[in-house]
Design a protein. Structure first.
Length: 56
């Protein structure tokens, strides 16, 4: 499994927020925590994760 976080500024610039991302497994589940302080108006965070799938 892969997990990544991106912070988008109001001007459209994107930077990695992976330094504030913590994730681990809890049994069969994945637990993800993303913390970011002092976000400005129109700023956003995106959390993406990929899960391997069995071939069809």
């Amino acid at each position: 499994m892969r997990c990544e976080a991106t912070e988008e500024d109001p001007n459209g610039a994107e930077i990695s927020a992976d330094d504030d991302l913590v994730w681990d497994y809890d049994g069969d589940d994945a637990v993800m925590t993303l913390t970011r302080n002092h976000l400005r108006p129109n700023q956003s965070l995106t959390l993406r994760w990929d899960v391997p799938h069995e071939p069809a």
